[in-house]
Design a protein around this ligand. Structure first.
Ligand SMILES: [Zn+2]
Length: 85
């Protein structure tokens, strides 16, 4: 990690798990003593196929109970997935 002010080398002064798989780190610049905090977490990239498969797992009964706007969005996603195949 490089300092945003002087581009000097920074060292970790504190590191702790804030929540499950979320880590907060505090850095201090060795040169100008500027401090920054970073939050590290896992980035999950959900593909449209993955989301569509999850939706398909919801029973038709539940889909019928959803409001029209949500139903239309689901139909559009399913249509897009089918077009890709
Ligand atoms: Zn600095």
């Amino acid at each position: 990690m490089k300092c945003l002010k002087c581009n000097g080398k920074m060292r970790v002064t504190d590191s702790r798990e804030k929540a499950h798989n979320v880590i907060r780190r505090r850095y201090e610049c060795n040169k100008c003593k500027a401090r920054i905090t970073t939050v590290e977490s896992i980035y999950i990239n959900l593909s449209i196929d993955f989301i569509a498969n999850k939706i398909k797992q919801i029973s038709q009964h539940h889909i019928e109970e959803m409001d029209i706007e949500i139903k239309q969005k689901i139909k559009n996603i399913l249509k897009q997935v089918n077009l890709q195949k």
